[in-house]
Design a protein. Structure first.
Length: 204
């Protein structure tokens, strides 16, 4: 099972690009609403969806977004983002922060989705040439059009529609400045929460 530090080390080459993609998408989404005279309060899902679609566009240009070969459409429905990278499959979700004092995000539940349940259980969900991969959640949020500077990485182990059935291996922050740290330093970083057996409210 890959550690939090090893995950950071693998992701280091794309950390800054991920933050750039979200920051730029948030600016474009705000400009789009302003140009059309729309209020994001009237439809929060539309605003968030624009950010996701713009991030998908930018990551695809960087070769970081996987689409179906036959028609170039997203592998996942709507604007869901999955990034296969260096033995990781990173599934990106918008999530609420636990609190103003806690920069972590509340880990989403797979609910009744068979595909999400499999991902949370660390089962393969993408065809990567038979190579093993670790399934990682990347959680982000924004406030008043500004992307929160701390995202959250999670290695899930299981879950369904009940919070007390959530299982995680570890939970830790992802910050832009990690892109400039030495790989050895990243490898040695410890997760905020390391709890391979129990899930629930205490792990987000």
């Amino acid at each position: 099972m890959i550690s939090y530090g090893a995950t950071l080390a693998k992701m280091q080459p794309v950390i800054e690009r991920l933050f750039d993609a979200f920051d730029e998408a948030a600016v474009e989404a705000a400009a789009h609403h302003a140009d059309l005279g729309l209020s994001r309060r009237d439809d929060q899902h539309y605003y968030t969806g624009i950010i996701r679609r713009l991030v998908m566009r930018d990551l695809k240009a960087e070769g970081l977004y996987l689409s179906r070969e036959e028609d170039d459409r997203p592998i996942n429905p709507m604007s869901s983002i999955q990034i296969p990278y260096e033995g990781l499959v990173i599934w990106v979700f918008k999530a609420a922060k636990i609190s103003d004092a806690d920069p972590r995000h509340r880990v989403p539940l797979p609910e009744h989705s068979a595909r999400k349940k499999a991902f949370w259980r660390q089962e393969p969900v993408l065809e990567l040439g038979g190579m093993p991969a670790d399934n990682i959640l990347l959680l982000w949020s924004e406030e008043q059009g500004v992307i929160h500077p701390t995202m959250t990485l999670v290695r899930p182990l299981g879950g369904d529609h009940r919070r007390d059935n959530l299982r995680t291996h570890w939970i830790g922050p992802l910050r832009r400045e990690m892109a400039t740290l030495a790989v050895d330093d990243l490898n040695e970083m410890q997760a905020s929460v390391e709890n391979p057996m129990l899930g629930g409210e205490d792990v987000g």
